[in-house]
Design a protein around this ligand. Sequence first.
Ligand code: NAD
Ligand code: AKB
Length: 315
Amino acid sequence: MKQILVTGALGQIGSELSTALRRQYGNDNVILSDIKDNEQELVNSGPFYRMDCRDSRRVAQIIKKHNIDTVYHLAAILSAAGEADPGRAWDVNINGLYSVLEAARETGTAVFTPSSIGAFGPNTPKDFTPQDTIQRPTSIYGITKVTGELLCDYYYHRYGVDTRGVRYPGIISNVKEPVGGTTDYAVYMYYAAVEKGRYTCFLKGDTYLDMIYMPDAIKAAIDLMEADPERLRHRNAFNVTAMSFCPEDEAAYIRRYMPGFEINYSIDPVRQALANSWPNSLEDYAARVEWDWKPQYNLDSMTKDMLKVLGERAR
Ligand code: NAD
Ligand code: AKB
């Protein structure tokens, strides 16, 4: 049985990936950690450590104590939060990753690290962005993500650490609301639709970005870490996507189920600039060929599920 450590376990992805990992591998075999400990249900559902991922000695100590063989390293600062405090974004995203990789090198542990569509920049091809292409991001978040992709490649080639990762698009979910990202609007729109029947969007209505529903994002992480290493050529930065849409598209799909739904706009220039610098849509052929990536949800099935889950919760 695998022994897993999750960093950043109480964030948007961690809250659901941790539960999925515990279901698959057993509660006691999945050790959770975060710099905070404010989600009692998750914290009390199995082993949990309050841990700063930048503390390499503590990361190594916990890895050794629990005979960890795989780390899902999710602790990070996202794009808009990064622009608000670039020094913190660099510190957590780079020094945190370095610390986890050093601990993995010492202990022989495999490491999953998500990159992002934020790793691309304004001169990257915008449509069907290829797996291997120009990466000149203009945000501190993107700079840390490209550096992270390269650092993970380095640890694999130089030290043989089994590093793997995907470039996630915006993730839509209904367990933990996202904070500090640019694609967060797509999640907030569903919550607002159910709670108020209207939403004020901080991105322009025709801003196209890649998105994925959380069940597919979780499956991608677990499937990649279970994949046959012989088949992996890219390892650390697989493009994955499930759909590309803009706020107007999402609103139109919500109206299929809630005809009275209204959207208006109050543009946040920082997040609009971030979104403008990212691709409209990714091509994810390498992930499909190298580890059989195939998403289950499109905009219609995701919208139906989001409104159902949030609607039932609101009753
Ligand atoms: P999140 O902000 O929701 O969660 C990050 C977690 O890390 C938080 O619980 C936070 O408390 C914790 N954390 C922050 N600093 C820490 C530190 N020094 N030590 C330990 N923990 C710390 O982020 P998320 O959305 O769950 O993203 C997880 C990963 O996936 C990140 O690398 C992010 O860049 C990547 N990603 C996310 C998305 C998305 O849409 N959510 C898209 C692309 C990539
Ligand atoms: C963000 O918007 O910062 C994240 C991402 C796409 O990396 N959701």
